[in-house]
Design a protein around this ligand. Structure first.
Ligand SMILES: *Cc1c(COP(=O)(O)O)cnc(C)c1O
Length: 388
C-alpha cells in the first residue's frame, strides 16, 4: 500500500463531537428511554428551536435536504406547468427536487467572484410560465436578500431558498431561511449543522405551507388512517432530532470559528493572488458561514487546478471540488437540452475551483501549512519553468 498519510483532512467531525460527547450520548439515551422513535418530542422541540434561531415561524423536519426541496416545492404548489429558475452550479439535489415535482428547471449562470446565481441572467430567463426562483446560498453565503426580494417583486415570482449550506447565515439583515416563501435545509453530517445520518427541514412563515408539509411527510395524513391527500414517508428521526437539538446551541460558535478560519486563509493567501490563486469573495461581512472555503485557480496561474489538487493530496492535504460538473452537463440530464457553452462562468468555475480544508477546530498552524504547501507547489513549478 502506497497511501499517503492524511496530515490535514478535508473535514474532521470528531473535533466538534468530542467536547460534547457526553451530552450527545445522553440525548440519544433519553430517546431510547422514551421510545418515541417516530415524530417524538425531540422532533417538535428541534423544529421550533431551529425555526426560531433562523428568524422564522415554522419548521417541518424531513428525512433529507433533498426531500425538504422536493416536498417543500410541492407544499408551495409549485409543479407541472411551472418553470423554476436555479443556478447551473449547484449540488444536483436542487435540480432533483425541481424534477420530482414535475416542474421545468431553467438554469442560469453565476457570478464568477462569488459563485452565486447571477440575477441579471435570471431576469433574462423569465417567461410567462416562470413561477419561482431557487437561490442557492452556496458555500455558506446568502444570495443578496435585498436584490432577491426586489427581483421577486418585479417579476412576481416566489423565492424558495436552498439553504442546505447556510445554517444561520445572514446578509442585508436577513437570515437564511427567512427571505422566501420557504427554505430547505439539510442536516447531512458534514453540513454546518449535521446529524448522525440524514436529515432535513423546511422552514416557512406560512402556516398553510407548514400544515401541508406536515401532511406530505407523513403519507398525506395528520390524523391516523385519514388521508385527504397523498404524501410520502419522509420524517426526521427522533434520534437525529435529539442530536441536532443538542448541537444547535453550539452552531453560532462553530460558524464564527469557520469565519475566523476563512479570514486567516484570505490573509495568508493574499501574496498568492499574483500567481493566480484567488479566494471566492465574501460580500456579506460576518454573515458568511463558510460551509466551504473555495479558491479559484485562475487563468494566470502556471498550474491547473487538478495539478495543484494532486500535489496537495500527495502532501497529505485533502481538498474537494464543489462541484466538478455543472448540473446542465451531467449525463443524467442531457434530455433537458442544455449543452457545453451555455453557462460559461459555471463551466469555468467547475474547472478552476478548489475547496480547502474547513471545519471548526482547524488550527492556525494547519491553515498556514495548507497555504505554505500551495505556495511551494507554485514556486517549484516556477523554478522548473526557469530551468527549461
Ligand atoms: C447537501 C445539499 C443538498 C441536499 O441535502 P441532502 O440532505 O444531502 O439530501 C441540497 N442542496 C445543496 C446546495 C446541498 O449542499
Amino acid at each position: 500500500m502506497n497511501k499517503t498519510t492524511i496530515r490535514i483532512p478535508f473535514v474532521d467531525l470528531n473535533l466538534q463531537h468530542q467536547p460534547i460527547q457526553r451530552q450527545l450520548e445522553q440525548a440519544i439515551q433519553s430517546v431510547l428511554a422514551q421510545g418515541d422513535f417516530i415524530l417524538g418530542q425531540a422532533v417538535s422541540d428541534f423544529e421550533t428551536a431551529f425555526a426560531a434561531a433562523s428568524g422564522t415561524e415554522y419548521g417541518v423536519g424531513v428525512a433529507s435536504g433533498t426531500d425538504a426541496i422536493a416536498l417543500g416545492l410541492e407544499a408551495c404548489n409549485i409543479g407541472a406547468g411551472d418553470e423554476v429558475i436555479l443556478p447551473a452550479n449547484t449540488f444536483v439535489a436542487t435540480l432533483i427536487g425541481v424534477l420530482r415535482v414535475g416542474a421545468k428547471p431553467v438554469f442560469v449562470d453565476c457570478d464568477r467572484q462569488t459563485a452565486l446565481i447571477d440575477l441579471e441572467a435570471a431576469a433574462r430567463a423569465i417567461t410567462p410560465r416562470t413561477k419561482a426562483i431557487i437561490p442557492v446560498h452556496l458555500y455558506g453565503q446568502m444570495v443578496s436578500p435585498r436584490q432577491l426580494l426586489d427581483f421577486a417583486k418585479t417579476y412576481k415570482l416566489l423565492i424558495f431558498e436552498d439553504a442546505a449550506q447556510a445554517h444561520l447565515a445572514q446578509r442585508d439583515g436577513y437570515r437564511a431561511g427567512a427571505v422566501g416563501i420557504a427554505a430547505a435545509f439539510s442536516f447531512y453530517p458534514s453540513k454546518n449543522l449535521g446529524a448522525f445520518g440524514d436529515g432535513g427541514m423546511l422552514l416557512t412563515k406560512d402556516s398553510n405551507i407548514a400544515q401541508k408539509m406536515l401532511r406530505l411527510r407523513n403519507y398525506g395524513s395528520t390524523q391516523k388512517y385519514l388521508h385527504i391527500e397523498s404524501g410520502t414517508n419522509s420524517r426526521l428521526d427522533t434520534l437525529q432530532a435529539a442530536v441536532l437539538r443538542e448541537k444547535l446551541p453550539h452552531l453560532p460558535k462553530w460558524n464564527s470559528d469557520r469565519l475566523s478560519i476563512a479570514q486567516q486563509y484570505d490573509l495568508e493567501l493574499l501574496p498568492l493572488a499574483s500567481a493566480g490563486i484567488v479566494p471566492m469573495q465574501n460580500h456579506s461581512g460576518t454573515g458568511h458561514v463558510y460551509h466551504l472555503y473555495v479558491i479559484r485557480v485562475d487563468d494566470s496561474c502556471p498550474l491547473e487546478r487538478q495539478q495543484i489538487q494532486d500535489k496537495l493530496t500527495a502532501l497529505g492535504i485533502q481538498t474537494g471540488i464543489h462541484y466538478p460538473i455543472p448540473c446542465h452537463l451531467q449525463p443524467a440530464f442531457t434530455n433537458l437540452g442544455y449543452q457545453l457553452g451555455d453557462f460559461p462562468q459555471a463551466e469555468k468555475l467547475a474547472k478552476q475551483i478548489l475547496s480547502l480544508p474547513m471545519y471548526p477546530g482547524l488550527s492556525n498552524s494547519q491553515i498556514r501549512e495548507v497555504v505554505t504547501a500551495i505556495a511551494s507547489i507554485l514556486s517549484s513549478e516556477k523554478q522548473q519553468l526557469l530551468y527549461i
